[in-house]
Design a protein around this ligand. Structure first.
Ligand SMILES: [Fe+2]
Length: 249
């Protein structure tokens, strides 16, 4: 059986304390970080909600990441942290394009993590993907397998992927942590080649931990021999999404 090589990049994790429904304190964040490292995660993109309920400013994310990096160093936890956000379509109109770029994965101004709501299917999603694309920003759709409309019809995702969006499946969905419908839909989307990256969507050390390996194993079991593909979803692809841009030649 293959095992974690310790190269996981988690592009969706609520690891910063005190900003949203993630950890309340720095100690809570460090407890999460220890679990992530033990699971094989090397890099976490910190993605607090940017939502009308949690109107997190990108500056608060950058400040929070710097503080967390210091605390991780002091605690000798070998985890790299980068800024990011999980942006709601309801909050996007409140943000300037400069703020959206600053809130992109790794703050590199290339990929934006867009929250897919659980109940409704916003008709403006194609327009958002096109508009961000026209500004040079790609869209990563967060946990579409947890969307009830996608659970009813997984092909709903196809036109968005055809527009160039990528989709992020949550590891706990594959292990049943978000219910049987999310588990079935996660497997369907893998079969349909409509998901590209796996992340934890971690919120806490225990209740919603920042773990990915069990989800990778479940995806790997489902795909049969394609363990390599499963690993790519948590290592190569997310690392590329959050990597620094190459300097211009
Ligand atoms: Fe999230």
């Amino acid at each position: 059986m293959w095992s974690a090589r310790g190269h996981i990049t988690d592009i969706h994790c609520h690891l910063l304390p005190g900003l949203d429904d993630g950890p309340a304190t720095m100690d809570d964040s460090l407890a999460m970080a220890r679990r992530a490292v033990a699971d094989g995660t090397r890099t976490v993109v910190c993605t607090p909600h940017m939502h009308p309920t949690y109107p997190t400013h990108p500056d608060a994310v950058h400040t929070g990441v710097a503080r967390l990096a210091d605390a991780l160093r002091d605690a000798e936890i070998p985890l790299r942290v980068l800024p990011g956000a999980e942006i709601s379509h309801l909050y996007l109109p409140e943000m300037s394009i400069a703020q959206v770029r600053r809130a992109s994965l790794g703050a590199e101004g290339r990929w934006v993590l867009l929250e897919v709501p659980f109940r409704d299917w916003p008709p403006e999603l194609p327009r958002i993907i096109r508009t961000l694309g026209n500004r040079g920003l790609g869209t990563v759709l967060a946990h579409p397998e947890r969307s009830e409309p996608v659970q009813d019809d997984p092909f709903l995702l196809q036109p968005l992927i055809a527009l160039g969006a990528l989709a992020q499946v949550t590891a706990a969905s594959l292990t049943g942590g978000h219910g049987p419908d999310a588990a079935r839909t996660a497997r369907d989307l893998i079969d349909l080649r409509l998901v590209h990256v796996m992340a934890s969507d971690g919120h806490s050390a225990d209740w919603r931990p920042p773990l990915i390996m069990d989800g990778l194993r479940a995806a790997s079991d489902h795909m049969g021999t394609s363990t390599h593909h499963a690993l790519r979803m948590a290592e190569d692809v997310p690392a590329a999404l959050a990597a620094p841009m190459a300097p211009a030649a």
